[in-house]
Design a binder for this molecule. Structure first.
Ligand code: MEV
Length: 444
């Protein structure tokens, strides 16, 4: 397990605790981030104006016709292994940034997150059918384990030079499948700072004929598994009960209610799906902002949540003997800092600069910390005030925008919609018309 401190302990780096960040203008926020992360004016311009250009999109995918932009926000208050991080998150859903920043502040009061991760080991699968003698095939594979790993290493020299490459061969017999007996061979392969899909797929395609030869079987699929349970990251935190006082409820009660909320997700898959969706609100947003493959991370996370045979909570929260709240999450996290969209997408490159991570493992650890914080924010709100009041305030801004309000009018209209308890576009249009009339009637 690797843990990062990065030499930036004890306030060496600028603080991620920025009171009132949400009240600053967009330009002021970008200015702050530029200062925090040493962005140059071209990089600040990518955030404010340009982003991904159609020509770049054209070289990324087939049949491109343009781009689809998402809001990019900054989560504040994160302290992970003693280091302050500002975390870029790409997401269209209101409340996510405010909620995660709030939770990170509570966790900061308990000393911040402690995180660790396994080595970045991916799994490549080879499906073998028509194996004449299962026992002999397994024995042949076991006897040739080192040869198979050397063969896999021979195709991606650059990863091997950087300290990655084959780690093990696993053999998994499935005697009874809808198409008869099947043998599945796993290649465990350390892809270092790459997410590594190409490297692992190349490696299994390369050794598949050798595997077929050794076993006398026929290979069918040769592809990575997205259940990357050899490549996990863990985050832990303690929230002092005194930080959890909320809406007239004392912190000890809130901590207990959060533990109860988590227990609901542990036992009931219907609740677990929603609980985990909230966690992935946070994780996916960082995965997307950094140009990583969020479908891969989603697939791995949900499969891992069902690893004990029943779909369950991705997090664990309990009250410790001091009455404080202790949280933990472990998830497969196949993300990279080199290659793919991370290096091609201009906004993802700026996001990576803001994060300033040294390795894929550090990035993975940040992502699970965000997931843990996002979950705390959601279940704290649900276990106390409910989420609708907070959501409605932010939703009202979107409704005002949809009604055609410009930036100067959005907050005023949103406030009135919330005060009236009628957050609908029809009503927002009426208020906008009234305000415009008022403005026209004011003599110049
Ligand atoms: C909404 O996007 C996410 C939540 O439903 C998560 C949860 O219920 O824990 C609030």
């Amino acid at each position: 397990m690797t843990q990062f401190t990065n030499g930036n302990v004890n306030g060496h780096r600028k603080s991620s605790r920025i009171p009132g960040f949400y009240r600053k203008s967009l330009e002021e926020r970008v200015g702050y981030i530029a200062d925090f992360a040493d962005l140059n004016s071209a990089e600040a311009d990518i955030l404010l104006n340009t982003g991904l250009q159609s020509e770049q999109a054209d070289s990324m995918i087939e049949n491109a016709i343009g781009t689809l932009a998402l809001p990019l926000g900054i989560a504040c208050n994160f302290k992970i292994n003693g280091r302050d991080y500002l975390i870029p998150m790409a997401v269209e859903e209101p409340s996510v940034l405010a909620a995660v920043s709030h939770a990170a502040k509570l966790i900061r009061a308990g000393g911040g997150f402690r995180t660790e991760s396994s080595d970045p080991v991916m799994i490549g699968q080879i499906q073998l059918l028509d194996v004449p003698d299962m026992h002999a095939a397994i024995a042949a594979l076991e006897a040739n384990r080192t040869m198979l790993m050397d063969e896999a290493d021979s195709v991606s020299q650059s990863i091997v030079r950087r300290g990655g490459g084959s780690r093990d061969i696993e053999i998994r017999p499935f005697p009874d499948t809808p198409v008869g007996p099947m043998l599945v061979v796993h290649l465990l392969y350390d892809t270092r700072d790459a997410m590594g899909a190409n490297a692992i797929n190349t490696a299994v395609e390369h050794i598949a004929p050798v595997v077929a030869e050794l076993t006398g079987g026929r290979t069918n699929l040769r592809i990575l598994s997205n259940l990357t349970d050899q490549r996990t990251a863990t985050a832990r935190c303690i929230v002092p009960a005194s930080e959890l006082d909320c809406s007239g409820m004392d912190g000890t009660t809130v901590a207990k209610r959060i533990e109860e909320a988590n227990a609901f997700a542990i036992v009931d898959p219907y609740r677990a799906a929603t609980h985990n969706k909230g966690i992935m609100n946070g994780i996916d947003s960082v995965v997307i902002a950094t140009g990583n493959d969020w479908r891969a991370v989603e697939a791995g996370a949900h499969a891992y949540a069902a690893r004990n045979g029943r779909y369950s909570s991705m997090t664990d929260w309990h009250v410790n003997e001091d009455g404080d709240l202790v949280g933990e999450i472990t998830l497969p996290m196949a993300v990279g800092t080199v290659g793919g969209a991370t290096k091609v997408h201009p906004t993802a490159q700026v996001a990576m600069k803001i994060l300033d991570v040294d390795s894929a493992e550090e990035l993975a650890q940040i992502m699970v910390a965000v997931g843990l914080a996002q979950n705390l924010a959601a279940i704290k709100a649900l276990a106390t005030t409910g989420i609708q009041s907070g959501h409605m305030k932010l939703h009202a801004r979107q409704v005002a925008l949809a009604a055609g309000a410009d930036n100067g009018m959005v907050q005023r209209i949103a406030d009135q919609l919330v005060a009236e308890g009628n957050v609908r576009v029809v009503r927002a249009r009426e208020i906008l018309a009234e305000l415009e009339l008022e403005t026209e009637l004011i003599p110049a």
